[in-house]
Ligand binder design. Structure first.
Ligand SMILES: [Fe+2]
Length: 299
């Protein structure tokens, strides 16, 4: 595994400047990742607010990120989605409209679109080729944020399209890992796989020990304050689901048993319909109105 990761162009001497934006409604952390040697930045996993009970969308969280980028004079080059989130709506197209930048996700998005295109009975007008996104990454692909080279690692298991993005000494793990006392994310969504998740976690943990890891979610287990940053060394030693040398068999048995008890995320139905479209709403009807579908007994 070490050799496998050694082939990626990971440079821990490069230290991007990272600003976190916590969304308390979905417990999501969005990041602005800035190149220290230029004004270039990327936004990772942005959030569009939704009051699902009222069917109302708002942009408070995304507006904070936009204001930060504008106020500090940054140039937005990328809007990265670590995966198709099931617990919040992406604000990528909303931010893109104001600030530019390209929206990127893992190429296995096509599998996710295939699965949920069926579940939501989308017609043939819903393309399942990832064409809603500006860039589709495969394992080991690199891209530039100013003078920084970022690398996308395919880390499936939570979903088939999950990627961990490594920029210098910083890794953005999406839902591949939680903080050490949070463990790992569920692997029971369609296309998820606990064994694959274990292998993906090992891939992340094969990065240099000092690599800073940034979570997509934190729920403050056992009453602690919300946190989102740890290191590979900390996760290896202390992660409650995989740390201290837990075997794949132990992990799969635990994860499978735990996942069977979990309820669906509160916002999974609107989230999937938006996020599989790169953050765009479903197409409006002939009156210009937009609706979500609720598939019965399909999830
Ligand atoms: Fe997720």
């Amino acid at each position: 595994m070490k050799d496998f990761v050694a082939q990626y162009p990971v440079d821990t001497n490069l230290k991007p400047e990272i600003t976190a934006f916590f969304d308390a409604d979905s417990n999501t952390i969005s990041y602005v990742v800035k190149d220290p040697s230029s004004t270039a930045c990327a936004v990772i996993d942005s959030v569009m607010d939704i009051d699902y009970a009222a069917g109302r969308i708002s942009s408070d969280h995304a507006d904070k990120i936009i204001a930060y980028i504008e106020d500090t004079g940054l140039t937005l080059e990328w809007l990265i989605e670590t995966h198709v989130h099931a617990d919040h709506l992406s604000a990528a197209p909303y931010i893109q409209q104001k600030l530019g930048g390209k929206i990127g996700i893992g190429e296995q998005i096509t599998m996710v679109q295939e699965t949920f295109g069926k579940i939501f009975n989308e017609g043939t007008e819903f393309q399942r080729d990832g064409s809603q996104f500006d860039a589709l990454f495969k394992d080991g692909d690199t891209y530039q944020i100013g003078n920084m080279t970022a690398v996308a690692l395919h880390t499936p298991g939570h979903t088939p399209a999950c990627m961990t993005h490594v920029v210098g000494d910083a890794g953005f793990v999406g839902d591949t890992l939680f903080m050490p006392d949070g463990g790992s994310a569920r692997a029971d969504f369609p296309g998820g796989d606990a064994g694959e998740l274990y292998d993906s976690i090992q891939k992340v943990l094969a990065l240099p020990d000092e690599t800073r890891l940034f979570m997509c979610h934190d729920y403050g287990p056992n009453g602690r304050d919300i946190e989102w940053e740890t290191t590979v060394a900390e996760e290896k030693a202390h992660n409650i689901h995989v740390g201290g040398g837990k075997t794949k068999e132990e992990f799969v048995a635990f994860r499978t048993q735990r996942d069977a008890q979990l309820a669906m995320p509160r916002l999974i139905i609107p989230s999937l319909q938006v996020n599989m479209r790169a953050g765009e709403m479903p197409p409006a009807d002939d009156q210009g109105d937009v609706f979500f579908k609720v598939p019965i007994n399909k999830l």
